[in-house]
Structure formats: structure tokens, C-alpha cells
Design a protein around this ligand. Sequence first.
Ligand code: 523
Length: 131
Amino acid sequence: MTDRVVVAGAVFDEGRLLAARRSAPPELAGRWELPGGKLEPGETAEQALVRELREELGVEAEPGERIPGEWPLAPGYVLQVWTVRIVSGEPRPLEDHDELRWLFRHELDTVDWLDQDRPAVAEAACRLPVG
Ligand code: 523
């Protein structure tokens, strides 16, 4: 069977990457992720990403390029990541997160990323200015 896709956004702004701290479920709470969520039936990954970032962060987002790769989550799920530009709004932790941080490249190790997000964060880091 095909794996179900969870999409996440590497949201860039002014040379920084957005990190979001999960507030649920208990086993993931306190860990940091690239925000996103599961595709709903009939949605493309880009549509799901725009919807999730609207619901969770209150922003209008525009997906850019897919970050190459696909990372396994719980059995039956895989994580795909797109670069994202915010078109309007200031991200706020409305749903699923209790804190947001904008991180410069040299700060990416200062939060406890979910293990499965780490390769995607490393790929995203290559798109941030050095320093
Ligand atoms: N991950 C994950 N990394 C990551 C995301 C967005 C999600 O490891 N960057 C995992 C966490 C969950 C699963 O993918 O085990 C689904 O993500 P979730 O809960 O953010 O998806 P939603 O918001 O679609 O979930 P529902 O509350 O079920 O609608």
C-alpha cells in the first residue's frame, strides 16, 4: 500500500527558518518540527501545506520547491518537505504548537528537533545564508 503523506514547510524569512514546538500528543510535545500535517483525501501536497499553515499559524503561505527526499514516520506515513514563503500574516502558534522560533543557520541546533525532521532541517539549512 502507498504510504500516506505528511507535508511540512521549511518556512524561510530574512535568512531564518521557522521552528515550531509541538504541544501534542504527549510523546511528541516539547519537540520541535517543521510545521505541517497530513494530506486530506483529494488534496495535493501543496494544497495541504497551505491549509495546515493557515490553520496552525494563521498565515497565507506559498509553497516553493520540494526539498529532495522522503523520511519515514510512524508505519504507513512519510514526511515530505517544501520550502515556503509567507505571503501574508505573522505566524502565531494557534493550533498544535505552543512556541515558535525563527532560527538563523548557526542556531538550528539550539532546539530539540523531532528525529524524523532532522534530515529535512539539514537540507533546509543549506538554503540559509552562512552565519
Ligand atoms: N510529523 C513529524 N514531523 C513534522 C510533522 C508536520 C508531522 O514527525 N514536521 C508527524 C507527527 C505525527 C504525524 O506526522 O505523528 C502527523 O502530524 P500532525 O499531527 O501534525 O498532522 P495533522 O495536524 O494532520 O494531525 P491530525 O491532528 O491528526 O489532523
